[in-house]
Ligand binder design. Structure first.
Ligand code: 5AD
Ligand code: SF4
Length: 491
């Protein structure tokens, strides 16, 4: 028998943010997921896995892919850390506190590894694309067995095998974006709502954002592949599909041999019999008139648009490299509101960006009032190593930033409540998702505009659409009473 040696150099591929910044001209290849090799296909039989996911929907969906691969290798899911044979942290790098949480967890889990040396502990997702993170794990968290990047998910069967047999940490992180890999297995977490990637990466390079480095250049999936996936989901009875991309409005820009953009894709998806279709996330810069026109048809294209503004001040927007002014943004909002009168707009806002003055922050407050978003995700700026803004002077004291955030949230809460009050007495369509987290006697679901509605009704409604009259509008949720459930009769 010949002794097999592992070529560590081959498997130790460290990340490099500078390399990740480069945008190469060559075409992206569309590859098919290579079937799980025979020698690892049953490696997980009788074993369990646990994936802890941090961050955005893109990560949640990546977790479904990772879970799908592990299940094809025989692993079964568990919620119990103690009985897991593989624990993976699918991480987020967008703000420092997200990273701190993961490092806390990696440390906390160390005794498990001492108790069970066969446990495989892995780190993947956006943090693994950062060299500072990988170096820190190599130096201080030697109990980690495996680190793999966002472009290396399809390589998991091989990497897991290496980690099982290697004596050293296996690191494989490609900095240059990978190809588009189709037909990866997926263990979807929800049987009503499904995520569908339409594109990967981001080329916008907002000066505060790490995503273009951790997720690589913009790569669109081919329309026929996206449409086939949505059709399959419709056939399987999914009620809602969310199209995912870091900047969905750039969809198709890289498909140079066809003139097919996000508006075309939405137009084609509107013809598929899936009851609700949403998308996230939009960039105002690429939001074109054709898309607005298509969305205005309604039907299964829901009237909710998440349109991150980040700031209401044009100078701040310029320094953030958002490539639009406050006026451009407002013009777009007006255009959308005119075409889709019942549209629900939500946004992301950053406060305390380097150099933001009180006056500039006041412009953000006035933008919030002027647009009157239904809700907003608000963040204090967090410097990300490797991004341009991280090097800029930032003299605003942390207390001032916290105060700005409080003020912003207070104003948004008042607007949200006012908006929800407008729904009092209205009947809305709710996709009933399950029992309310707080009270098992109450059902909970979402409107087309993604608002959470709680109401009393039979558990048989779970998984169906119900009509609910809003009787108790609150800031973050709506209380209501069941009117009828016409859709259920029809089924
Ligand atoms: N600091 C704070 N918030 C950030 N976001 C992105 N990068 C940062 C950062 N460095 C926010 C933006 C984005 C959302 C997903 O996260 O508002 O839209
Ligand atoms: Fe980050 Fe800007 Fe790309 Fe959004 S559009 S992922 S904020 S760089």
């Amino acid at each position: 028998m010949t002794k097999r040696t592992i070529d560590y150099a081959k498997y130790f591929t460290a990340p490099n943010l500078k390399k990740a910044r480069k945008r190469y001209k060559e075409d992206i290849e569309i590859l098919d997921f290579e079937q799980i090799p025979e020698d690892v296909r049953h490696i997980g039989v009788g074993k369990k896995y646990l994936i802890k996911t941090y961050g955005c929907q893109m990560n949640e969906h990546d977790t479904e892919t990772i879970a799908g691969i592990l299940e094809q290798m025989g692993y079964a899911a568990t919620d119990d850390e103690k009985s897991a044979d593989v624990i993976l942290f699918n991480t987020c790098a967008i703000r420092e506190n997200a990273e701190d949480k993961v490092f806390g967890e990696i440390g906390r889990i160390k005794p498990l590894k001492i108790e069970n040396p066969d446990l495989i502990l892995g780190v993947c997702g956006c943090m693994s694309q950062e060299e500072s993170v990988v170096n820190r794990i190599l130096q201080k968290h030697q109990h980690v067995d495996l680190i793999f990047g966002t472009h290396n998910i399809h390589r998991l069967p091989h990497l897991l095998k290496e980690a099982l047999f290697a004596k050293e940490m296996v690191v494989e992180v490609w900095s240059k974006e990978g190809d588009v890999v189709e037909n990866m297995p997926k263990a979807r977490a929800n049987r009503l709502k499904a995520w569908v990637n339409i594109m990967y990466g981001c080329d916008k390079f907002c000066t505060y954002c790490i995503v273009p480095y951790t997720r690589g250049k913009e790569r669109s999936r081919l329309p026929q592949d996206v449409l086939a996936e949505v059709r399959d989901l419709a056939r399987l009875g999914y009620k809602e599909v969310t199209l995912l991309g870091q900047n969905v409005n750039a969809y198709g820009k890289d498909l140079t041999d066809i003139d097919y953009r996000f508006g075309h894709l939405m137009d084609d998806i509107a013809k598929i019999a899936v009851p609700r279709v949403r998308f996230t996330t939009s960039h105002p810069r690429d939001f074109d008139d054709h898309l607005i026109e298509v969305l205005a048809q309604g039907g299964n294209l829901v009237e909710h648009i998440h349109l991150p503004a980040q700031s209401g001040n044009s100078l701040m927007l310029k320094r953030m490299a958002r490539k639009y002014t406050r006026d451009d943004y407002m013009r777009l909002v007006e255009k959308i509101k005119k075409a889709i009168p019942n549209v629900v707009l939500t946004t992301d806002i950053i406060v305390g960006f380097p150099g933001e003055t009180d006056e500039q922050f006041a412009d953000t407050l006035s933008l919030m009032r002027e647009v009157a978003y239904d809700s907003a995700f608000t963040f204090i700026y967090s410097p990300r190593e490797g991004t341009p803004a991280a090097k800029w002077e930032d003299t605003t004291p942390p207390e001032v930033k916290k105060e700005r955030l409080l003020q912003l949230n207070e104003i948004q809460d008042a607007i949200s409540l006012r908006k929800n009050e407008q729904l009092r007495g209205e009947v809305v369509e709710v996709l009933v998702e399950g029992e309310s987290k707080k009270n098992a006697d109450v059902l909970s679901g979402r409107t087309r505009s993604n608002k959470l509605v709680n109401f009393r009704g039979s558990k048989t409604l779970i998984g169906q659409f119900a009509e609910v009259r809003i009787t108790e509008p609150k800031t973050y949720t709506l209380g209501g009473t069941l009117v009828c459930d016409a859709q259920r009769e029809a089924l």
